[in-house]
Design a protein around this ligand. Structure first.
Ligand code: 13P
Length: 250
């Protein structure tokens, strides 16, 4: 069975005091036992966040990391640095990293390798642009992103992988993929894993949906067979909304 997961990607939001306030709010809530909850604050607030949730099931994860283990890479953060502040999971391949920071599939494959070598868990993001969908190319785009960025890993490494399907046209736009569109792509991704690896690996991998998930639409999306949870942007910045999404599984 795939794990149910709700992860909040805070992006470049929340300074130190906002991070602590939001976590304080979340810690007051009861997290359902069968849902893994993660939050991804900025690098500068990871340690404070980790300390804040030390005794709590919320996991603190990173939004990005560098592919090299160390060295002269001004402004970058390594896997070892993340691990030293309690981070065990990293988001790789977010469309904002792909689009604004020119992260190619080849670079993302390197990042995945570095994360795996460091025994970290990876949330690997894929997603098509609006033009891809308008041209009917969405499945080919996702297939290529999977093949070029992820499908080089070994069978054994899949226990460290979570997938996130985030159609670029639905991120921060208020426009969500319909539950049907999400299910269709999630099934496509699961079938692709089964074809390339095995039915067992495909069945056990959690595939999250991301893109304008809100309390009002989470239930319908999470109810779909191949949707195992969500990667949440804007709605993860408000404790009430994030909790409502965490509680949206049937
Ligand atoms: P929104 O929920 O704000 O659309 O962002 C989704 C996202 O990019 C999460 O990684």
């Amino acid at each position: 069975m795939p794990r149910k997961i709700v992860a909040g990607n805070w992006k470049m939001n929340n300074d130190l005091s906002e991070t602590e306030t939001l976590l304080k709010e979340l810690k007051k809530q009861v997290i359902p036992e069968d849902v893994s909850v993660m939050v991804a604050p900025s690098f500068t607030n990871l340690y404070a966040a980790f300390e804040s949730v030390r005794e709590h099931p919320i996991q603190v994860i990173a939004q990005n990391m560098h592919q090299s283990t160390k060295g002269a890479f001004t402004g970058e953060v390594s896997a070892a640095m993340l691990k030293s502040v309690g981070v065990k999971t990293v988001i790789i391949g977010h469309s904002e990293r792909r689009a604004y920071f020119n992260e190619t599939d080849e670079l993302l494959a390197e990042k995945v390798n570095t994360a795996l070598e460091n025994e970290m868990q990876v949330i690997f993001c894929v997603g098509e642009e609006l033009s891809d969908r308008e041209n009917g190319d969405q499945f080919e785009v996702i297939q290529n992103q999977l093949e070029n960025g992820l499908f080089h890993i070994s069978n054994d490494s899949w226990s460290q992988i979570i997938l996130a399907y985030e159609p670029v046209w639905a991120i921060g736009t208020g426009e969500t993929a319909s539950p049907k569109q999400a299910q269709e792509m999630h099934k496509f991704i699961r079938d692709a894993i089964a074809k390339h690896y095995s039915e067992r690996i495909a069945k056990e991998t959690s595939i999250l949906y991301g893109g304008s998930v809100k309390p009002a639409n989470a239930k319908e999306i999470f109810a779909k067979k191949d949707v195992d949870g969500g990667l949440i942007g804007g709605a993860a910045l408000k404790a009430g909304d994030f909790m409502a999404i965490i509680n949206a599984f049937e």
